[in-house]
Write a protein that binds this ligand. Structure first.
Ligand code: B12
Ligand code: SF4
Ligand code: SF4
Length: 281
């Protein structure tokens, strides 16, 4: 009953990709580590909500019709953290109206969201590390709603990616190899990194041709061939399609782009990346 109500509430908000996870099944980030996840412990969910009973997981497709020139597709539209949070609050209404608690996580907490989405039956994990969904391919954000309302869990999908290896061979940093992922060689990570870049990092950034983020391992993936465009206006309208040096202060930059996912690191990092791409560094 609650399950169906949540699914239908999600549909009214344009969300079709939704599933449910038992928190005991989910691996969580170790409290002392910023990136590594422990598959043995699920305590992180219960640190967020001691009596957590379900994680509602949903996807928002973000592929727009227009392709940005020198930034990642995910950052062209409005900041997904805020957009997905608002949708999550709407989806959770049947739960909150009955007095249950919720906590929302969109890329900002201890839950391993790709694993959560996999367990929720929303897709498979590709060799490029992405959660690949039938409808949106890998061009989807993942949002989690933790609640103390008990809802029957979903079944994970069987199957694997095509294992064609294109993501590995086209990766500008060689960050993807076999089962491992070397974050320090990922252009997406490098474009967000503060400080002076090494010559190797500059080389990777130049190969990616992007001043913010990187989409290469998604662009080459054949499983994205029929990915549907986003149905969310915030990801398809008023896009920033090109980053450039702007004669404004850091504060003005933050104000101008406050609603964009590329602004949190500040103007300096983007200017540095643009200088490298323009051959000036
Ligand atoms: C830290 C982080 C980064 C770091 C490091 C990324 C990394 N791969 O570790 C950096 C800055 C590089 C980064 C970049 C990007 N990120 Co990021 N990132 C995160 C964050 C916050 C944590 C990810 C993490 O540390 N993972 C650690 C590794 C070990 O885990 P994992 O890659 O998630 O893989 C696990 C699953 O695949 C699972 N798994 C694998 N096979 C199987 C099979 C089964 C059966 C099961 C159950 C599980 C399972 O086990 C793996 C290990 O635990 C998550 C949000 C979150 N809290 O989960 C977003 C997240 C992964 N990022 C996301 C995105 C969109 C990006 C970028 C595309 C942005 C861009 N265009 O530049 C790039 C892509 C880079 C890449 N190739 O992964 C999305 C991915 C959506 C999707 N469809 O998969 C997430 C989920 C955010 C969100 N809410 O939507 N990111
Ligand atoms: S490019 Fe090929 S190997 Fe990589 S995730 Fe896509 S299907 Fe899998
Ligand atoms: S985002 Fe770019 S650099 Fe990072 S793993 Fe994918 S292709 Fe490689």
């Amino acid at each position: 009953m609650m399950r169906e109500e949540i699914i239908s509430q999600a549909q009214t908000l344009g969300i079709t990709e939704i599933g449910f996870v038992d928190p005991h099944d989910l691996a969580c980030r170790k409290p002392d580590s910023s990136h590594a996840f422990s598959n043995e412990s699920s305590s992180g969910v219960f640190d967020i909500m001691t009596d957590a009973k379900t994680i509602i997981v949903f996807l928002t497709g973000y592929l727009p019709h227009e392709t940005p020139e020198n930034l990642s597709v995910y950052a062209a539209g409005k900041d997904y953290h805020a957009v997905c949070r608002e949708i999550a609050e709407g989806i959770a209404q049947p739960v909150t109206q009955r007095g249950f608690d919720i906590k929302i996580q969109v890329d900002n907490g201890c839950l391993n969201e790709r694993t959560a989405a996999k367990l929720a039956g929303l897709g498979i994990i590709g060799k490029n590390g992405f959660l690949i969904n039938k409808k949106y391919g890998s061009y989807c954000f993942i949002a989690c709603i933790i609640t103390n309302c008990k809802i029957e869990k979903s079944k994970p999908l069987a199957g694997e990616c095509l294992k064609c290896g294109l993501c590995e061979s086209f990766c500008p940093g060689g960050a993807l190899s076999g089962a491992s992922f070397d974050e320090s060689r990922c252009a997406s990570y490098i474009t967000q990194k503060k400080g002076v870049l090494t010559s190797e990092e500059k080389r990777i950034l130049n190969k990616s041709k992007s001043a913010w983020g990187c989409d290469i391992c998604q662009r080459v993936c054949p499983m994205n061939k029929n990915a549907e465009y986003t149905n969310i206006h915030a990801f398809s309208e008023n896009l920033v399609l090109r980053l450039s040096h702007e004669d404004i202060s850091g504060r003005e930059f933050r104000r101008k782009y406050a609603d964009r996912a590329f602004s949190w690191r500040g103007k300096g990092v983007i200017d540095r990346n643009l200088s490298i791409l323009n051959g000036k560094e």
